[in-house]
Design a protein around this ligand. Structure first.
Ligand code: MSP
Length: 780
C-alpha cells in the first residue's frame, strides 16, 4: 500500500491592508514559498496559506482618509497583494481575507466556544491605546506608543479573555519545546515576558536573604531561589520553573470605539479585537467553524471540517520578529482555551532595513517589490530576450529577489537592503556563478558530444569530485576542491546536512553551500581543462570530466529549485530533463543521487540563464522609487529640521529677495506679472497620511491625494510644533504642485503646503476652503 503522505501546513502573517506591499512583506512570503516548494518535492501534502488582515481602527482610518468605504479600500489593497504574489509565482494554496464571510463565521464560532468554556468575561477598562498597533500599552496619558506616536486615553466596556490562567501552561509549553520558537532570542524574549520580572524578585530575595545570612554573596542562585520561594513576601511561584504569578494579565478582546470589525455574537455593540480576529485566520482558512456556515451544503461542511482535521495544527507559522508575542502567547492561549491543538513551530524573520531603519510605510523608506520586478525584468531580461513575455520577465526578476534576500541575510537577523548589494550579489552568484557554470558545461557537451550527456568510464570516481567537510560542532559546511581533503561524498552530505538546515530555515548557509558546489565544479573544470583533453584522443577522460560537471550541475539545480524556481526550470530543460515541476511532483529531485543523470540524455536548446546586470541599474531603481529626484544637490548635512520658511526657500517663486529695482508691494514683495503667477501650480489636495519624522521635531511627513488624475505625493512640512498629525488627516489644503522636489532627512518633499504665517514667530495656519472643493482643482 502506498504510504499516506505526511501533511505540512505553513502560514505567513496576514498583511495589513493599510499599506501597499513592499519588499519587507515579500520577504516573509518568499521564505514561505521556498519552504512550501521544498516540502512538496519531499512528497508532503503541503498547504501554504497567506492573506490579508483587513479589520481594525487603523484600516478604518486609512479608508476614511482616502474617502472610500473600508470594504472598498480593503478590496483594493488586498488585490495589490494578490496580484503581486501572482506576478512573483508564489504558490500559496489559499488566500484568506479577514473580511471573507467564511472567516467571519469561523471567528464568531471560536468566540462562542471560548464563551461557552468560561474563558471570556465582560468588564470595563481605561487605558492608553496605541491605534496603529491596535493595542493597549502601560503608562500615563500621552505615553509614546510602540509606533512612536502619543497614545490615546480610551475607556471601554470590554470583553476580557482569561489570559492570566495560562501563564504556567505557556511557560511549560515553550520550555519543553512542544511549541518550538526560533530564533533563540525570540524564545527568550517570550519566556521572560511570560515569567514576569523574575530578576527583580531575585534581587529583592537577595536583599532579604542578607538579613538572614551574613554571607549572602555566597548563596548560590539555587539557594536564593529556594529562599524566594519559601518567603511569604516574595511572589515567586512554587513550581519547578520560577515565575512571578499574576505577571500575565487578562487580555481585552473587544472594542466599542469603532465598528470596522467582526461583531461579537450576541452583543454587536462590540467588535472582536483585531488580533483575535487575525490570528484565527490560521484555522478558519482550513475549515474551522464550517458547521456555522449557511452558504454550504451539509456535504460541503463535512469536506471543510475534514480539511480542518487533516491540516490543523499548523506545522509552521512564519512571522516577523515584532509579532512573536501574539503568536507565542495569545494564540496558543486562545487555542488551549478552545481545546484545540497547538501549532508546532513559530519561526521569526528579522527586519529588512533601508538606510539603517526598519523599512515601513510610516517611515517612508520602503522599496517596492514592483521596482525590482520591473527593473530586472525590463532592463536585464528583456534586453537579452526582447521577445519574452511579461510573465517570464517577472518570474526571472522574482528569482533574483528570492535569492538575494535569503542568501544575503541570515534568517532571523535584521539585514540591510540596498540596490548596489542586490546587483553585486546577482552578478557574483547568479550571472558569474550558477549561470556561467551551466553555460560552460552545456556548451562543451554541445560541442564535444553533439549535445548528448556522455557516458563516464565505469571505473570513474566522479562522485568524489566534489568533497565537503561538515562539523556538527560549528555547523559550518565547507566544500573542498576536488582531491584536496577527503571527508565524505556529496550524496551523503545532502542527506546529512541539507535537510536539517532546511528544517532550521538556515537559508543563507544552504545557499553558501550551493554556491561552494558551483565554485568547486568550476575549479574542477579549470583544473582538468577539458578543452585540452578534447584535442587528444582520450574520449574517456573527456567523458569523465563533462559527465561529472553535468552531474554537479543537475544536483545543484535540484537543490536550488525551491529558491530559484524559474531559473532552475530552464536549466533542467536545457539538461534535457524536461519539466522540473513534474520532476519535483514525481519525487525525482528528492534524492539527488550522483549517478542520477542518465548518460545519453539529449540536451534541450541552450540559452543564457542570467544575463549580467549593469551597475547603472541601481540608479534606475532609485529613480523608480523617487520619480522626480531633483537635479540640485542635497544639502550635505541637515542637522536641524527645516521650518516652513526654510521649505518656502525652495520655491523659486518666493526665493527672489533682491527687490531694490522693483516697485514694492505693502508686504515688501516684488510685483509680479500674471504670467509669473501662472507659473505657480496651486492645487487642492487632501492630506491622507500625516506622521512625525524621528529626530525631526519640526517636520511632519504628509502624503496628499490630488484626486484621480494625479499620483499621490509626499510633502515634508515644518508644522509639527503646531499641528498634531492625527488632526491633519482628511483635511483639504492648498499645495504648490510644481515646486522642484528636494530631499530632507533622506526623504523627498514633492511640493509645499500653503499656510498663512501668523505672529512674530510665523505660526503657520493652513489655507483651506469653506465649500467642498474637488481634489486636484487648480487655484487661479
Ligand atoms: N497583520 C499583522 C499580522 C497578523 S498575523 C495573524 C501584521 N501585518 S503587517 O503587514 O504589519 O506585517 C506583516 C509582516 O510583514 C511582518 O510580520 C513581517 O514579517 C513583514 N514585514 C513588514 N515589514 C518588514 C520589514 N521591513 N522587514 C521584514 N519584514 C517585515 O503585523
Amino acid at each position: 500500500m502506498p504510504e499516506t503522505p505526511k501533511k505540512f501546513y505553513l502560514t505567513t502573517p496576514i498583511y495589513y491592508v493599510n499599506a501597499r506591499p513592499h519588499i519587507g512583506h515579500a520577504y516573509s512570503t518568499i521564505a514561505a514559498d521556498v519552504i512550501a516548494r521544498r516540502h512538496r518535492l519531499l512528497g508532503d501534502d503541503t498547504f501554504f496559506l497567506t492573506g490579508t488582515d483587513e479589520h481594525g481602527q487603523k484600516v478604518q482610518r486609512s479608508a476614511e482618509a482616502a474617502g472610500i468605504p473600508p470594504q472598498q479600500f480593503a478590496d483594493e489593497v488586498s488585490a495589490t497583494f494578490q496580484n503581486l504574489w501572482k506576478r512573483m509565482g508564489i504558490t500559496n494554496d489559499d488566500y484568506i481575507r479577514t473580511t471573507d464571510p467564511r472567516h467571519k463565521r469561523g471567528v464568531q464560532h471560536l468566540w462562542k466556544v471560548l464563551e461557552a468554556r468560561g474563558a471570556i468575561y465582560l468588564s470595563s477598562y481605561t487605558g492608553q491605546y496605541c491605534v496603529s498597533e491596535e493595542m493597549f500599552v502601560d503608562g500615563p496619558p500621552g505615553t509614546i506608543g510602540p509606533d512612536g506616536k502619543p497614545t490615546e486615553t480610551v475607556t471601554e466596556e470590554n470583553y476580557f479573555f482569561k489570559l492570566s490562567e495560562y501563564q504556567l501552561p505557556l511557560i511549560n509549553l515553550i520550555e519543553s519545546g512542544e511549541l518550538h520558537i526560533q530564533p533563540e532570542t525570540s524564545k527568550n524574549e517570550i519566556l521572560s515576558f511570560l515569567r514576569g520580572n523574575v530578576n527583580e524578585v531575585m534581587a529583592v530575595a537577595s536583599q532579604y536573604a542578607g538579613d538572614f545570612h551574613e554571607e549572602v554573596g555566597k548563596l548560590s542562585e539555587e539557594e536564593l531561589l529556594k529562599f524566594a520561594l519559601d518567603s511569604d513576601e516574595l511572589a515567586l511561584s512554587n513550581a519547578k520553573i520560577p515565575y512571578v504569578p499574576g505577571a500575565l494579565r487578562d487580555l481585552s478582546i473587544s472594542r466599542t470605539t469603532f465598528d470596522w470589525g467582526i461583531p461579537v455574537p450576541g452583543n454587536p455593540k462590540h467588535v472582536i479585537y483585531v488580533w483575535l480576529d487575525a490570528l484565527a485566520n490560521y484555522i478558519t482558512a482550513v475549515g474551522y467553524g464550517a458547521e456555522d456556515r449557511d452558504d454550504l451544503t451539509p456535504e460541503q461542511k463535512q469536506t471543510e471540517l475534514a480539511k480542518f482535521e487533516k491540516y490543523w495544527p499548523a506545522d509552521l507559522h512564519l512571522v516577523g520578529k515584532e509579532i512573536t508575542r501574539f503568536h507565542c502567547v495569545y494564540w496558543p492561549a486562545f487555542l488551549m482555551a478552545a481545546r484545540l491543538r497547538l501549532p508546532k513551530s513559530v519561526v521569526a524573520n528579522g527586519w529588512l532595513l533601508f538606510e539603517e531603519s526598519k523599512m515601513s510605510k510610516s517611515r517612508g523608506n520602503v522599496v517596492r517589490t514592483e521596482t525590482i520586478l520591473d527593473a530586472f525584468g525590463n532592463e536585464v531580461y528583456a534586453k537579452q530576450f526582447p521577445e519574452s513575455t511579461k510573465a517570464e520577465r517577472d518570474l526571472f526578476a522574482a528569482d533574483v529577489l528570492r535569492y538575494f534576500l535569503l542568501r544575503e541575510i541570515p534568517f532571523g537577523q535584521d539585514g540591510s537592503f540596498s540596490f548596489d548589494a542586490l546587483i553585486t550579489r546577482y552578478n557574483a552568484d547568479l550571472a558569474n556563478g550558477f549561470g556561467n557554470l551551466v553555460s560552460r558545461v552545456l556548451t562543451m557537451i554541445q560541442k564535444y558530444f553533439d549535445g548528448v550527456i556522455p557516458c563516464p568510464p565505469p571505473e570513474s570516481t566522479v562522485e568524489s569530485n566534489v568533497r565537503f567537510e561538515y562539523s556538527d560542532e560549528d555547523e559550518e559546511i565547507e566544500v573542498f576542491e576536488p582531491g584536496t581533503t577527503e571527508v565524505g561524498n556529496l550524496t551523503e552530505m545532502l542527506r546529512k546536512v541539507f535537510d536539517p538546515f532546511f528544517d532550521r530555515a538556515d537559508f543563507s548557509q544552504l545557499l553558501t553551500f550551493t554556491d561552494a558546489i558551483i565554485r568547486n565544479t568550476d575549479g574542477y573544470i579549470t583544473k582538468r581543462a577539458p578543452w585540452k583533453v578534447a584535442s587528444t584522443d582520450d574520449r574517456d577522460q573527456l567523458s569523465e570530466i563533462l559527465y561529472a560537471s553535468a552531474a554537479a550541475v543537475r544536483i545543484v539545480t535540484g537543490l536550488l529549485y525551491p529558491f530559484l524556481p524559474s531559473a532552475t526550470s530552464k536549466v533542467w530543460a536545457q539538461l534535457g530533463l524536461g519539466d522540473i515541476e513534474v520532476a519535483a511532483a514525481e519525487g525525482r529531485i528528492r534524492n539527488l543521487e550522483w549517478r542520477g543523470l542518465e548518460p545519453g540524455t539529449k540536451l534541450g536548446p541552450l540559452a543564457p540563464i542570467f544575463p549580467r546586470a549593469d551597475k547603472g541599474l541601481a540608479q534606475i531603481m532609485t529613480d523608480m522609487e523617487n520619480p522626480a529626484t531633483p537635479p540640485a544637490p542635497e544639502p550635505a548635512d541637515d542637522p536641524s529640521a527645516p521650518t516652513a520658511e526654510a521649505l518656502n526657500a525652495a520655491n523659486p517663486a518666493t526665493a527672489a529677495t533682491s527687490t531694490d529695482h522693483l516697485p514694492l508691494t505693502t508686504d515688501h514683495s516684488p510685483l509680479i506679472t500674471i504670467d509669473d503667477f501662472a507659473k505657480v501650480d496651486l492645487r487642492v489636495a487632501q492630506i491622507v497620511v500625516a506622521e512625525r519624522i524621528p529626530k525631526a521635531d519640526k517636520l511632519l511627513r504628509l502624503e496628499v491625494d490630488l484626486g484621480p488624475n494625479f499620483p499621490r505625493r509626499q510633502i515634508l512640512a515644518g508644522i509639527a510644533e503646531h499641528y498634531a498629525p492625527e488632526a491633519l488627516i482628511g483635511r483639504k489644503v492648498v499645495i504648490v504642485a510644481n515646486l522642484a522636489p528636494r530631499k530632507m532627512r533622506g526623504l523627498e518633499s514633492q511640493g509645499m503646503i500653503v499656510a498663512a504665517s501668523l505672529g512674530d514667530h510665523g505660526r503657520p495656519s493652513l489655507a483651506g476652503f469653506l465649500e467642498d472643493v474637488e481634489l486636484g482643482a487648480r487655484l487661479k
